[in-house]
Design a protein around this ligand. Structure first.
Ligand code: F3S
Length: 402
């Protein structure tokens, strides 16, 4: 049945999908996408070139989420654009060593199998931007805030911060409502944020402060001599912005393809200094004497970071438990270094992350992290967390000679 009174303009092909000509699953998906478009005031839909689905950890979606995906599969759902998937609730190979039970593992694997049968690529990472081809101007339906921020701010692609289920449905029909960050006029800077005064601080924490003080809109960030530090921790900076705000695009001077050369005139201006940034830190970080573990990899460690961590730790005796979270693709690129790290006692997990897995099952209740996003989410789950820079974390592992 066609939707009555649809106000979103639909092409003939979109109407056919809505009328069920492409199957029931596609009809359900199109109906949901159109309804969301209506509620957001979209005049039409836009064709997307990719989708990325988050929220597929069985820990988060539970039985209801798994059954929803299973139902779509049974109805013949197929992704109509290349679709990738965020981390799951466990390492799909080493889940036993994470303390995961049989029942959870069975349900998680079944959910992943359903997504794969629908045509998704199970990269199981929140850093899809390292592994798929993206171009400036591409329209996407991505639902992982750090990936959304990276795609918009660093690549110049266009996606709103979609919820996991909506990105899934958009991937099925290959369309998203043409609103928000898909539109030129919604990508203009709304506030100028000068972070030069915070240049001695880890960019992950600075990102958290940017989100915390700005909350929404499009910040234009001037970094000055802080730019290269920011560049080296871009994904942690952007992930932190996403954790403390609803922002989906940051225009970073000299980095973002769409950032104007000169700071925009006439916009509100915020300057962040060390004190303001440190104030924010107290909200998500508690000094810990002896943490259960040091956790790195939020967002997932890249192949390059695995190499750097290996270089810093090779030949050392580690003073503390270290757990790394990364993607299977990064491990494949750095297999030799990963094996060497494991020989030092480092635990390396793929397909999952410190936030969407169950750390308590691994005997971890207190942790040092180098990601403000992880600090925020783990604190809200009841873990005691201390946020430090990557350098400090490595120093805690081996002493002062980092
Ligand atoms: Fe990625 Fe998990 Fe952090 S999905 S951004 S590692 S919370």
């Amino acid at each position: 049945m066609p939707l009555r009174g649809v106000r979103v303009y639909l092409t003939r092909e979109e109407e056919k999908i809505l009328e069920g000509e492409m199957g029931e699953a596609a009809r359900i998906a199109m109906e949901a996408v159109v309804r969301v478009g209506e509620s957001l005031g979209a005049e039409r839909l836009v064709e997307i070139s990719r989708a990325h689905i988050s929220g597929i950890s069985y820990k988060n979606v539970g039985e209801a989420g798994r059954q929803f995906i299973e139902r779509l599969r049974r109805l013949g759902a197929k992704f109509s654009v290349p679709t990738t998937v965020n981390p799951a609730g466990m390492d799909t190979c080493k889940w036993r060593s994470m303390g995961v039970g049989e029942e959870f593992a069975r349900a998680q694997l079944a959910l992943l199998e359903d997504l794969e049968a629908m045509g998704a690529e199970l990269i199981l990472t929140c850093t899809p931007y390292f592994y798929v081809e993206l171009r400036a101007g591409d329209h996407l339906a991505w639902s992982e805030s750090n990936a959304v921020l990276y795609a918009n701010s660093v690549i110049g692609a266009r996606t709103n911060r979609e919820g996991g289920p909506l990105a899934l449905l958009e991937g099925l029909v290959g369309r998203a409502p043409y609103v928000g960050l898909h539109l030129d006029e919604e990508r203009e800077p709304t506030v100028l944020v000068d972070v030069r005064g915070a240049r001695g601080i880890d960019p992950a924490l600075v990102g958290y402060a940017v989100g915390y003080y700005v909350e929404k809109g499009i910040p234009y960030v001037t970094a000055g001599s802080f730019k290269s530090a920011l560049e080296s921790r871009l994904k942690e900076f952007l992930a932190a912005v996403g954790a403390s705000s609803s922002i989906g695009l940051v225009l970073i001077e000299g980095i973002s393809p769409e950032a104007p050369r000169e700071p925009p005139l006439g916009t509100e201006k915020i300057s962040l200094d060390e004190e303001e940034v440190r104030e924010v830190k107290e909200r998500i970080s508690t000094p810990l004497g002896e943490p259960d573990a040091i956790l790195l990899g939020c967002p997932h460690l890249s192949a390059g970071e695995l190499l750097e961590i290996h270089e810093a730790l090779a030949g050392r005796r580690l003073r503390r438990r270290l757990v790394l979270f990364t993607s299977r693709k990064a491990i494949a690129e750095r297999m030799r270094e990963v094996r060497a790290l494991e020989a030092l006692g480092v635990e390396v997990y793929a397909d999952t992350c410190m936030v969407v897995s169950e750390l308590s099952k691994m005997g971890i209740y207190t942790a040092v992290v180098d990601s403000a996003k992880a600090a925020y989410y783990l604190s809200s789950q009841g873990y005691e967390v201390e946020l430090v820079s990557r350098e400090e974390a490595l120093r805690m592992l081996i002493g002062n000679n980092v």
